[in-house]
Each structure stands twice: as C-alpha cells, then as structure tokens.
Design a protein around this ligand. Sequence first.
Ligand code: NI
Length: 162
Amino acid sequence: MALREIRKQGDPILNKECKPVKEMTERLQELIEDMFETMYEGNGCGLAAPQVGILKQITVIDVEDGNQYVLINPEILEESGSQTGDEGCLSVPGYTGTVTRPQHIRIRALDENMEPYELEAEDLLARCILHECDHLHGHLYTEKVEGPLREVTAEEEGEEEA
Ligand code: NI
C-alpha cells in the first residue's frame, strides 16, 4: 500500500467525467487499497478516484459505522428528504461550507469483487456517498455551497472531510 497525492481544487482533473470500470484488475485492487490508506491519512470519510488522479468511477467511504464501503460505478436510484450541514473535502483543504442534500438515498454499485449490491443510506453516509458520486462526474461541493466557504477553526480541525 502507498499514499497517493491528493489533487486540489483548481486541478482540471477534478472537473472531468470518470469512466465506468469494466473489470477488476490487480492495479485497480491496489488503487482501492491506496485510496483507503490515503483517506485515513487525511482524516477523511470518503475519497474518489479522480482525487488521486484516476478518472474511473471508484470511491471508498468510511463514516465509522463499522463498514468500509467500496462503490464502483455507483448509480443513485432514489433520493428523498433533505438535510443541511457542513461539508469538507480533501481536495479543498482547510475549508468547510454548508450544503443541502437529500436525507435518504438508495443506490446500486459494484463492490471490489465487481459484485452488484444495493445500499440504503441516510444522514452522514448519504451525504458522503452523494459528495463522492459528484466527484465521479466532475463536481465539487463548492459548487453547491450555501453562503461563503469558511476557513476551519482550530476546534473544527480534524472533523471529517471527503
Ligand atoms: Ni471531496
């Protein structure tokens, strides 16, 4: 495993559409392991492949609910409700901003073995999945932020970013 360099806002790769994954390979398995390591090192709760410079539809998520989610080619099937809260991003370090997103979602994705599964999520997990899915289509949360981005204070330092 190895840490990967996280691309920062302004890098054009973060605004590109990612390609679906057709088959799992050793290189992609290694990428997924590296993405988890890079996410944990950055104290993040999610990371998408374009954030480490790979334009493929792969994201990893850990919101400390006891699961390590791998979402390959994720599709959002249903969205309902609304939640408003603060969000951060490892590609926009040192800032946070308020974003409104659906409260509840249902998605379909492939796992690291390319097995399809469906997942229902709410609260932070739903927010994190939606944030990561946006990355796969070239979007950052800063496009959706309500009001100005705020610099994170010392107290907030260490809160989770995605
Ligand atoms: Ni992000």
